[in-house]
Write a protein that binds this ligand. Sequence first.
Ligand code: TXA
Ligand code: MG
Length: 333
Amino acid sequence: MNLHAPTPESIERAADLLRRGELVAFPTETVYGLGADATNRDAVARIFAAKGRPADHPVIVHLAAADALPQWARAVPDAARRLAAAFWPGPLTLILPRGPAVEGIVTGGQDSVGLRVPAHPVAQALLAGFARRGGAGIAAPSANRFGRISPTTAAHVATDLGDAVAMILDGGACALGIESTIVAFDDDGPMLLRPGSLGIDALTRVLGRAPRSADASAPRASGTLTAHYAPHTRTQLIAAASLLSEVRQRLERDEDPAVLARGVARPGDFAGTWIGAPSDPPGYAHELYANLRRLDAARADEILIEALPNDDAWLALRDRLARAAAGSDDDRD
Ligand code: TXA
Ligand code: MG
């Protein structure tokens, strides 16, 4: 098994492997990343092969600190600078004009590069060890197969990618549980490409106004494809008020739904898989991907998910659930 506790020795070995062009999966505060040396084209190509990800999808480069920005971005708008100062290290990714030395495979051929400074101590220690070996940035998408549920534990990574990675650093369950918030910039200012662990209210506070939401002309982001973060089992969102009656209808048809509820309590006579999720957004996010994996593993006829409240605090979670429902299918290969 290539799963390792993040001791100083194993982190040094992981940094070594990265420098030699191998893949290392590591914890961040959001989800686990599948890392490769961002300056090594062959290593980054291995990420795409391991994930089964199309080559035109860019990957985020993880940096030790914001002072590395000039190496990667040829311009940093003032709003980006303020966001970096306020939220790095943390769950924020900035899309900036690509610097001349950035490999095309990292940017998916686009003229921009995604940059993030992660807060997780293991990610930081890995970046430090990598830097001591002359490394600059670690390219890392979420460590899951393309289109599937993101990993929030080392075991999730092992299940999805197992032998494709040289080493998995096991940092336990990710504290936040959903991916970073992605912000891009154009002549009209900041634009939200992907809602995520950093809330709109926090962005708004620093920017002085809410970022626009991305339109169709925005840069491509695979996390923004409609079908993403998806279980194999067919998945539907159901309003809280009709969840119980929808479940009853299925039981009467002798079907076996698996349920992710939040406010609605499990009926006494329900024998299948019923997960009661935490009712606050941080708690819900922390468990979300593990819950989706459990629901999928139940091999039920269908997954029913209680729809979430409509306010900003739930924005990123509504986004992930909508994509999970859009991307689910009946094949289990
Ligand atoms: O929390 C996170 O962001 C995690 C951890 C590991 O850092 N990473 C992550 O990476 O979610 P990934 O590749 O699964 O999702 C990153 C998204 C993708 O949809 C990608 O297309 C988009 O960011 N992205 C990266 N660089 C971009 C760029 N230059 N322009 C537009 N989108 C970009
Ligand atoms: Mg991903």
